[in-house]
Design a protein around this ligand. Structure first.
Ligand code: FAD
Length: 499
């Protein structure tokens, strides 16, 4: 008979990028130990084709794999699909939904995060997080005439650009689009691409790619835990038809500086005898709202007083770490909404580590790094957590990994390559920062953030080829005062200048 309690030297919770990377690293460090990977999701995420593009920028592919395929490559990793429901740190034990208890020598919690929804349990409010929710979104969109996207982060930006054949109303609380990543200048640079027609040829961008092993039948699992799947990531919509029913190509209206006040289902809204407004077709209609004669399943009332009807709402307003099963054990401290980790990815309790979206870092960061819940950081933290677990187990010391020296992120928005470096938005730099901008409409937008003559961060949109040079300038903190505006002079080959 199988025992109810099993002991493993290493237990990792979570089959996303952070957990899988951590497990892979430990498995290769300790080939004679079995590393247990407990995951709520049936498919796990494996990093493949990893390539260091520059000192801090990295490129890799992501493959969603079944546990059996993954275990073929890593025979000393045991994957068990079961949700962890409880942690008992005094007894070094986790309890899983399958009724079993697992005792750990060292534990790394990598349970990720879930979308923060503007309203729970509303069938017309959708959050996109994993393969299942993305499929559900695609299905709903296929017969939608109008959707409302709420939120201004990366997912919202990608969605409003990708959706076709459907009116999109985009409600953002800020003055400009994409302010998690961009300043107002960059937002203005990108706006025409959102309002205009999309190019036929999509940009081939060297960045993380996402693939799903086995196609549709793999995703359609009734056993998959809908709330706890692994997060999707870059290019998640590639190959997915994001098309509604209307004969329109790309039709987006933005409502700036507003939040969601109320949501009403159709019958409740009709009882209120209020008037919803029609999709503004032009600038004139934006000023003088026309009443909407169509009926919609759900209505959204914004804090600017406007009411729109739609088929469904996508809530893309950030994520909440899945900490609940772990923080029932009071020894684990939480900061922000994540599990607190120190500079060795240790939580506040012995032998328990955390990495990826679930954790909040508490170390004094390098002047050019900040935590953001992104795929690259999930991989880096998972890898570094495994190194720290190994060092602690062997009683060795370990330095902080170089990847935490500089924030570096490559992505693609509105079919432009986007590179963000360091304090790209002047985060926490105070008032003595200076910005230098070079912009060629429709081609490139380059912004550098300077402080006391030194480069602190940069936003590079388009094929600028400046990422390596600027990465070096931020890392080596060379005094650039003498160069002044020549730094961004297109006539000067800046790479030659500093090589
Ligand atoms: P996850 O990938 O969320 O994995 C968590 C794992 O833990 C899952 O396997 C889950 O099943 C499991 N789990 C949860 N609770 C439990 C439990 N109690 N017991 C057992 N297992 C549990 N990042 C970028 O860098 N660039 C982008 O362009 C980008 N786009 C994105 C687009 C979308 C639509 C989404 C949703 C995310 C995007 N991200 C992007 C963010 C990125 O995907 C995440 O930061 C990253 O995947 C986090 O990895 P993780 O391993 O920490 O967590």
């Amino acid at each position: 008979m199988e025992e109810r309690e099993q002991r493993y030297e290493f237990i990792i919770v979570g089959g996303g990028i952070a957990g899988v990377t951590c497990a892979q690293q430990l498995a290769s460090q300790f080939p004679s130990d079995v590393v247990l990977l407990l995951s709520a999701s049936r498919l796990i995420k494996a990093v493949t084709n990893f390539k260091q593009v520059s000192k801090t920028l990295e490129k890799f592919d992501i493959e969603e794999q079944s546990a059996s395929v993954f275990q073929e490559s890593y025979p000393n990793i045991l994957v068990i699909e079961s949700t962890v429901t409880e942690l008992n740190t005094a007894q070094h034990r986790v309890t899983a939904e399958n009724g079993k208890e697992y005792v750990y020598g060292q534990l790394c919690i990598c349970a990720g995060a879930r979308p923060k929804l503007i309203q729970q349990n509303n069938p017309y409010v959708l959050g996109i997080r994993d393969t299942d929710t993305a499929k559900e979104f695609q299905k709903r969109l296929s017969d939608a005439r109008r959707v409302i996207v709420v939120g201004n982060g990366g997912i919202a930006l990608e969605l409003v650009y990708e959706i076709e054949g459907c009116e999109v109303i985009w409600a953002i609380k800020d003055k400009d689009i994409g302010n998690t990543f961009f300043d107002p200048g960059a937002a203005q640079f990108l706006l025409p691409s959102l309002m205009g027609e999309k190019p036929d040829v999509l940009l081939q961008c060297k960045r993380t790619k996402f693939t799903t092993e086995g196609g549709d039948q793999q995703m359609d699992s009734s056993t998959t835990n809908r709330t706890l799947g692994s997060a999707l990531g870059p290019d998640w919509h590639e190959g997915m038809k994001l098309k509604g029913t209307r004969q329109v190509f790309h039709k987006v209206h933005i409502e700036y500086q507003c939040e969601v006040d109320q949501l009403y289902l159709k019958d409740d809204f009709l009882k209120l005898k209020k008037t919803a407004i029609a999709f503004p077709e032009n600038k004139e209609e934006e000023k003088i709202s026309k009443p909407d004669n169509d009926l919609w399943p759900v209505y959204i009332c914004l804090t600017n007083g406007k009411i729109y009807g739609c088929d469904f709402i996508v809530s893309a307003t950030g994520v909440v770490p899945n900490i609940e099963p772990f923080v029932k054990d009071a020894t684990l401290e939480v900061i922000g909404s994540g599990i607190k980790v120190d500079d060795h990815m240790r939580t506040t309790t012995t032998d328990v580590y955390a990495a990826g979206d679930i954790c909040t870092t508490s170390w004094q960061p390098s002047p050019h790094w900040q935590q953001m819940r992104l795929w690259t950081q999930a991989r880096q933290m998972g890898w570094y957590a495994a190194k720290c677990m190994t060092a602690d187990r062997q009683g060795e010391s370990i330095d902080m990994d170089f990847c935490f020296e500089l924030f570096a992120h490559i992505t693609k928005f509105f079919n432009y390559k986007v590179v963000l470096l360091g304090k790209y938005n002047g985060q926490d730099l105070g008032t003595d920062q200076e910005l230098m901008v070079r912009c060629t409409s429709g081609q490139e937008y380059v912004k550098v953030v300077m402080q006391r003559g030194k480069m602190m961060g940069a936003v590079l949109i388009g094929d600028t080829d400046l990422e390596e040079t600027f990465e070096n300038l931020i890392l080596n903190q060379m005094d650039l005062s003498a160069y002044g505006e020549d730094l961004l002079n297109p006539g000067i080959d800046i790479e030659d200048y500093f090589d």
